[in-house]
Design a protein around this ligand. Structure first.
Ligand code: GRF
Length: 205
């Protein structure tokens, strides 16, 4: 399964996807960044993966360019991995139910930014990350899979984020693999895994 990955920065999720793609059921066809100095673009370059910086100042033009890349590379799935822009409703509609996002919280808790600090401030016992389908609202859309970890009394936001990150990487790689093998699939009503309807997101350690 060909995928296009959208990034804005560091690219550690992209790196995890690239390191595992040879043993998984996906191939990264193209990496798109809205930030010309994103470290993730260099990672793509080092792996010999097609990559493009698209200036997002003119959003509709940027989305048109991105759409052409997706179509040309015959990508079935678009992965938002630390992509810091909100896609327009038109773009989301054009790629209906083909865009997934990795978000560092146990959605529906903590949409948006500073998720780690907000979880600590609220005295949560657990935190985690979610992979979800993208709709036109921020960090909304059906949650496909999650990974959880306990918050330690001594955790600050940075420590929590650091402990979560390797789990986040496994979550994204495993979820995308299952989409590639068609074990994980969805329609307008349900999400299915191995032919069974899921009533809660898949849990990945
Ligand atoms: C990750 O924490 C991801 O969950 C969030 O943004 C961060 C991106 O990190 N959406 P990286 O660029 O993949 O290292």
């Amino acid at each position: 399964m060909q995928v296009t990955v959208f990034i804005s920065g560091r690219g550690s999720n992209l790196s995890a996807l690239l390191q595992t793609q040879s043993s998984n059921a996906y191939t990264i066809a193209h990496v798109i960044s809205d930030n010309s100095s994103a470290a993730g673009l260099e990672i793509a370059h080092q792996h010999g993966i097609n990559n493009s910086f698209i200036n997002w100042k003119n959003k509709s033009q940027a989305e048109q360019m991105a759409a052409k890349i997706i179509d040309d590379s015959q990508a079935e799935i678009i992965v938002l991995a630390g992509f810091m822009r909100i896609l327009s409703a038109d773009f989301v509609k054009q790629f209906h139910r083909r865009i997934i996002n990795i978000h560092p919280s146990l959605l529906p808790l903590y949409r948006g930014l500073n998720t780690h600090q907000r979880a600590i401030d609220d005295g949560q016992k657990q935190h985690g990350a979610s992979v979800h389908l993208v709709d036109h609202l921020l960090d909304n859309g059906t949650v496909l899979s999650q990974t959880k970890l306990d918050i330690q009394a001594t955790d600050d936001a940075q420590q929590l984020a650091q402990r979560l990150l390797p789990q986040e990487h496994r979550l994204l790689c495993q979820t995308l693999h299952w989409i590639g093998t068609k074990q994980l699939s969805w329609n307008e009503q349900t999400v299915n895994f191995d032919g069974q309807t899921l009533h809660q997101p898949l849990q990945i350690l």
